[in-house]
Design a protein around this ligand. Structure first.
Ligand code: FAD
Ligand code: FES
Length: 262
């Protein structure tokens, strides 16, 4: 884990309140693995006090990129930063997706697509071509991140909740037909997105197809100091505990390790 203050290369508005922020951070770029995240200090002073977590979206040479949606105070401040300004970041944090034998399916929704671009690029660099499923609320949101995925040249399906682009409805609907195409094939599924989407992915895959999910909880510290980022485990661990800490044990988990709440 490295804490550095590094220069912003570019902060692009991609529409739908979504931004892609590129930071010159050679130390983090060299160590980063797909699935890991960084903690970003959004303001200069004490407001907001806490760093905000963001998945590593891309690594290009010395540069790391995050993809974020403007939601509250922290992301509003981040959206106003300009190239040349310096950002205080901590990372890479957490664990990474485990690469398994293909075929692989990546399914993401909303800002959950962020770590999947890095994952897809990592897979491609190892000769694995993943099948990618992406969901968004509408065309504007989808167009904020779709071109970067299209540029990879992988098989790609997408859906929007309102049908303004691609299939109408939730992208999760595309998963069962894909997995069922050939019963002899053992798909590996990787998912990140809203909780209900990952819960549905986990239910579809349960005991048939190995599935890894990247969980997003509220995080105060990101370094296992506040214990504020817990999710409930399906089984108790060797110490009798039943909680998993997303910042330390995750954010990536085997979907069957999670006790999914309705
Ligand atoms: C491991 C991890 C990776 C993440 N990666 C990304 C990413 O790549 N891109 C991205 O846009 N966002 C990502 N998030 C969520 C992101 O951290 C929050 O959107 C951000 O902290 C909001 O900060 P804010 O100050 O703008 O909002 P706040 O003012 O803190 O909150 C505004 C609204 O956002 C909600 N919110 C705040 N934090 C979270 C959170 N962690 N998860 C869900 N809802 C939240 C609040 O409940 C509130 O409704 C990630 C979260 C985690 C834990
Ligand atoms: S965010 Fe503090 S322990 Fe995980």
């Amino acid at each position: 884990m490295i804490q550095v203050k590094r220069q912003i290369i570019l902060n692009e508005s991609l529409g739908a309140d979504i931004y892609r922020l590129s930071i010159q951070a050679p130390e983090i770029a060299a160590a980063a693995q797909a699935g890991q995240f960084i903690m970003v200090k959004a303001g200069m002073g004490f407001d907001p006090l806490l760093r905000r977590p963001f998945s590593i979206h891309q690594v290009e040479g010395d540069e790391i990129r995050i993809l974020f949606k403007r939601l509250g105070k922290g992301t509003a401040l981040l959206s106003k930063l300009n190239a040349g300004e310096r950002l205080d970041i901590l990372g890479p944090l957490g664990n990474a997706f485990t690469l398994k034998q293909p075929p692989c399916c990546l399914i993401g929704g909303g800002m959950g697509v962020a770590p999947l671009l890095f994952l897809a690029q990592t897979m491609l660099s190892r000769g694995i071509t993943p099948h990618i499923l992406l969901g968004a609320r509408n065309k504007e949101e989808l167009m904020a991140f779709l071109p970067a995925f299209q540029a990879l040249g992988c098989p790609l399906q997408y859906a929007t909740d309102d049908g303004s682009m691609g299939q109408r409805g939730f992208i999760i609907e595309a998963l069962p037909p894909l997995l069922a195409k050939d019963n002899k094939v053992k798909w590996q599924v990787y998912s990140c997105g809203p909780y209900p989407m990952m819960r549905a992915v986990a239910a579809i895959c349960h005991s048939k197809w190995p599935c890894q999910v990247s969980m997003e909880t509220m995080m105060a510290c990101g370094i296992s100091a506040c214990l504020g980022c817990t999710v409930t485990a399906r089984n108790t661990n060797e110490k009798g505990g039943q909680y998993l800490h997303v910042c330390q044990d995750g954010p990536v988990f085997a979907a069957d390790r999670i006790e999914w709440k309705s």
